[in-house]
Design a protein around this ligand. Sequence first.
Ligand SMILES: Cc1ncc(COP(=O)(O)O)c(C=O)c1O
Length: 435
Amino acid sequence: MAPVRTTGAIAVAAAISISMALLSHFIVSGKTNLPLPKQLKKKKKKKKKKRSNSRNGLTDAIGNTPLIRINSLSEATGCEILGKCEFLNPGGSVKDRVAVKIIEEALESGDLVEGGVVTEGSAGSTAISLATVAPAYGCKCHVVIPDDVAIEKSQILEALGASVERVRPVSITHRDHYVNIARRRAVEANEVASNNQKADQMDGQSLKQINGYPMGENCEGSSLLNNCRGGFFADQFENLANFRAHYEGTGPEILEQTGSNLDAFVAAAGTGGTVAGVSRFLQENKPNIKCFLIDPPGSGLFNKVTRGVMYTSEEAEGRRLKNPFDTVTEGIGINRLTQNFMLAKLDGAFRGTDIEAVEMSRFLLKNDGLFLGSSSAMNCVGAVRVAQSIGPGHTIVTILCDSGMRHLSKFYNDEYLSQHGLTPKATGLEFLGMQ
Ligand SMILES: Cc1ncc(COP(=O)(O)O)c(C=O)c1O
């Protein structure tokens, strides 16, 4: 039967004055004049075209993720704590949205063409998302990552068909920082493509010399870069397509899913795309929603948000020779201001620690069956901190960025945690000062 949509008043009036047979027709047709039996027959014959519920390919299945009540944290804090299940995206993380937006905007502008290669310097999630969606656009993916990132991330990338370079972690000011290498690879791919066009008899070896510097020794992607129709550097830190993915997608979804009944939003920042896109959208559309950052160890953003100073003497990026992120949480925390983060509209910030993130992940696993990655766990620490700060009776939204599956070798590895003094011991939320 067709869906019944009518007002109570019509239904009551109809029930009193006419027969049940006529009533059913009133409801279905929504008209008040009686139709002829012939017309009725016609309508019955006309088969309603069933609207398809299927989505148009992989990329159409990205976004519109569920928003769930995290029961344990809601009960403990007296707030409604809601998590946006970004780990349910096809590529397994919040970065799927960003990958789609970056590629679509680049294709639209002509900076990337079908058959081209998208390069990225990423500690994992964005690269996995780019590698996942690139084939849907007829493109390839080359990824440069620091070699201290969990090994399962590069295994996934290779399985997805991307080429991977694992490089020594160095400061962003260094020419061989993984982000700078990725940028260079796109330039190289463009040069190769244009030289190939000019002289297709040239072989790969001579092209490598024309590029001005050799490909990295362990660059397994050289054949991919030599055989593509140009390169495009995704540049998730500075490319504002990242911000727009959240400003146009995640933010509006959160507002709709909560019926605009939310008081606060909190998330950690890596590139800053999520916290910037969501906070700006929410505050532009409902200015009384408070937005907060939760910042992991080693990151300078807490100071930036609370004191306006990013570059403290011990945190200045240029002074560091090693990876500055001394934390078990992956993908979050940064010591420079990105174009994306600069668009955030924040009311405050909290600091989170590694042990809090580890304890939170085990607490959620035990109490809610939520198997979450390290940044999601940190975000939930942030949600509790916000609840403690604004008090019970409020609705707080955070992001569940990815699942624990990608964190087996560190965050969910007892031996690794024990070596770093991070063995979880809590029975409840006492690590956040709650009974
Ligand atoms: C797993 C994970 N969570 C969270 C973030 C942070 O999100 P954003 O880059 O939007 O600040 C990242 C960034 O790479 C990530 O990989």
